[in-house]
Design a protein around this ligand. Structure first.
Ligand SMILES: N[C@@H](CCC(=O)N[C@@H](CS)C(=O)NCC(=O)O)C(=O)O
Length: 216
């Protein structure tokens, strides 16, 4: 059986957890924190999470893991069948992660971990994130799902990532920048949140976040 390693606050961890749940793939969770311990580096080359442990060995990098799960467990697909529609999915995911998540991540030190981020960085991040959000709004259709009439992996990942960077943007700038640039996002996120597996991931994330804040 697959073991998913990481912790429930991490959006990359939740990305894989939600995919496993939506695809009905049996798995267990292994609580693992990032570190430079040799034993972990042997299983995840930069000591990061998430990674999965399979009968074939370990696999890191959430997108590589997702693609593996989709190919190894094709019964409940999360990508559309058409090659161009699949590519559109990957385009949106790449855009979401490279041009929004990775930019907004520079705020997490202050938004979530009690550190501080300079005003200069905050200004730079805001400008770049707003460009990313505006770009995403040009790709998204919201009819009613993010790329059309079918729920796909892009919907699941949009929900996962918005949950983290949306909170950070709100905390740092005091504004819902997602709703400003992508007005249909609020209704879409509510639609995705009506799914039972999404609610499981959200509840586990909230509990882990609560425990983390109390431990600080
Ligand atoms: N590109 C990686 C990113 C994973 C990542 O950044 N994980 C964070 C937790 S959310 C981590 O392990 N950080 C520790 C570190 O950077 O050393 C993926 O998609 O899996």
């Amino acid at each position: 059986m697959i073991t998913l390693h990481g912790f429930a606050i991490s959006n990359y961890y939740n990305k894989i957890k939600l995919v496993l749940l939506e695809k009905d793939i049996p798995f267990r969770e292994g609580l693992t924190y990032p570190s430079q311990d040799e034993a972990l580096l042997q299983r995840s080359p930069l000591g990061k999470i998430p990674f999965i442990e399979t009968e074939h060995g370990c696999l890191s990098e959430s997108q590589a893991i997702l693609e593996y799960l989709e190919e190894a467990f094709p019964e409940k697909p999360i990508y559309p069948a058409d090659p161009f529609a699949r590519a559109r999915n990957r385009e949106l995911i790449q855009h979401l992660e490279l041009n929004i998540e990775l930019i907004a991540r520079r705020l997490y030190k202050e938004a979530f971990f009690g550190g501080t981020v300079s005003d200069e960085i905050k200004q730079e991040v805001k400008e770049r994130v707003e460009i990313g959000l505006a770009g995403l709004s040009r790709l998204a259709k919201f009819s009613p799902y993010i790329l059309g009439s079918e729920l796909t992996t892009a919907d699941l990942l949009f929900w996962v990532h918005c949950g983290t960077f949306g909170l950070a943007l709100q905390k740092i700038y005091g504004e819902d920048l997602i709703a400003r640039h992508i007005p249909s996002a609020t209704a879409h996120l509510a639609l995705i949140e009506s799914r039972p597996h999404v609610q499981t991931v959200a509840a586990d994330r909230a509990a882990a976040f609560e425990a983390f804040m109390q431990g600080k």
